[in-house]
Write a protein that binds this ligand. Structure first.
Ligand code: PMP
Length: 401
């Protein structure tokens, strides 16, 4: 008889709500039906950018016998990434400090695998992206959850300081944040660096900062994006092109080590080894060939911002309590009924699919992805209004009873 390993059991436990949604929800059965309005995940609902398709077509014909040979972090890819980071951030990242991965998942797994020993603690912030806990468990680490300040959605620095123990090896920070949309301000990142430097000094070894910057190019209102890596030298910058290009199924991303990172020489081979034993976590050849073109492309951010504004103001007019995200493509309104799964199913009965906030440790809310099409938005808005009315009238009826 097959018995699950303890590691797989822990991973299944950490991802149980997501798995339940993926396999048992109305969304899981009906999401491909025509006419549904799907806000559940950050998936595309329109055809990919023409520039993306052209880039893949242009780089498909092999130019030499090694075109589709085994690929690792190819020097051309490393140069493209380093040049892009230098241009956008004004930081002299070196090509040899760029490690190409098949997306953000792999970047996180590889960085964790390179620095975390069995039993080491890794801090992550709640509400989190669904898979941090599972990724930490999968490399034998011990996840330690620290909530944000619920008023501001900013990092709670005293809580982070209090969570650090002699076994703390790393902390994962995600800005702009999925699901809150918060960009952590420079002052917070300075404070975080102070906390981490003090604790690292006390322990005589660095606590590594894993900076998940999946949404760093999806920011609104002309805001700047301060990268946590600019404030704390022992940082790994983790990136995926899957959000900027809205092509999460064609997987390419990277890990970048800042030029001032201490011990880079020892960290480089550790990362490459971790990439190999994570299942050869390098991007496929074609995506690396096409990278000079892909690096310059982006989905239309002003259009996404207009969609954000349309949805926020329409939902607020209906009485929803909803914040304005500074970046990412998610809204996180309060559910009109305390049980977010019930609200999700109520919306699903009207062919509108949203994500229960419980999946991101925010029970009583629901998450909407702005990657739905404009047409879905316009069709869905009256159904949200209808749902709110339905909930209110049943609440009034039960209060009167
Ligand atoms: N980090 C965050 C915060 C994310 O939202 C995602 C994708 N939802 C990832 C990492 C993983 O990105 P990818 O699927 O492109 O590997």
């Amino acid at each position: 008889m097959f018995t699950q390993t303890r590691r797989i059991q822990a991973i299944l436990e950490a991802t149980a709500p997501v798995f339940r949604f993926m396999t048992e929800s109305t969304w899981s059965r009906r999401r491909s039906e025509p006419g549904v309005c799907d806000f559940a995940l950050g998936n595309p609902h329109e055809l990919a950018l023409p520039g993306f398709v052209q880039a893949l077509q242009r780089w498909t014909p092999p130019q030499d016998k090694d075109w589709y040979a085994y690929k690792m972090s190819e020097p051309e890819s490393q140069s493209v990434v380093a040049a892009g980071l230098r241009e956008r951030r004004g930081v002299a990242f070196e090509p040899q400090d760029i490690f190409m991965t098949n997306g953000g998942f792999a970047a996180i797994a590889v960085a964790l695998g390179a620095v975390v020993d069995a039993g080491d603690e890794v801090i992550f912030i709640s509400p989190p992206w669904f898979f941090y806990e599972a990724l930490i468990v999968s490399i034998g680490g011990h996840p330690v959850r620290v909530p944000v300040n619920r008023e501001t959605n900013d990092l709670d620095l005293p809580a982070i300081a209090a969570a650090i123990s002699p076994r703390t090896r790393a902390i994962i920070i995600n800005s702009p944040n999925n699901p809150t949309g918060r960009i952590y301000p420079a002052s917070t990142l300075e404070g975080l660096a102070d906390v981490l430097l003090t604790a690292s000094k006390q322990q005589g070894r660095p606590i590594f900062l894993l900076s998940d910057e999946a949404y760093s190019r999806i920011v609104y209102d002309g805001r700047a994006f301060p990268s946590p890596t600019a404030y704390y030298p022992s940082s790994f910058l983790l990136y995926t092109y899957g959000k900027t290009l809205l092509t999460p199924g064609q997987r390419i991303g990277y890990i970048a080590l800042p030029p001032e990172m201490p011990g880079r020489e020892e960290i480089r081979p550790a990362l490459t080894a971790s990439q190999m034993c994570t299942g050869f976590a390098f991007p496929n050849a074609l995506l690396q060939h096409a990278l000079p073109d892909l690096e310059k492309l982006s989905i239309d951010i002003p259009h996404l911002q207009a969609r954000r504004d349309r949805m926020v103001s329409a939902l607020r007019d209906m009485g929803f309590d909803v914040h304005v995200p500074e970046g990412t493509f998610y809204l996180l309104p309060r559910s009109p009924i305390a049980d977010d799964w019930s609200f999700v199913e109520l919306m699903a009965r009207q062919d509108v699919f949203v994500l229960p906030g419980s999946l991101v440790e925010m029970p009583g809310t629901f998450r909407l992805s702005l990657t739905a099409s404009d047409e879905m938005v316009e069709r869905a808005l009256p159904r949200f209004e209808h749902a709110v009315r339905q909930v209110r009238s049943s609440q009034t009826a039960s209060a009167a009873a």
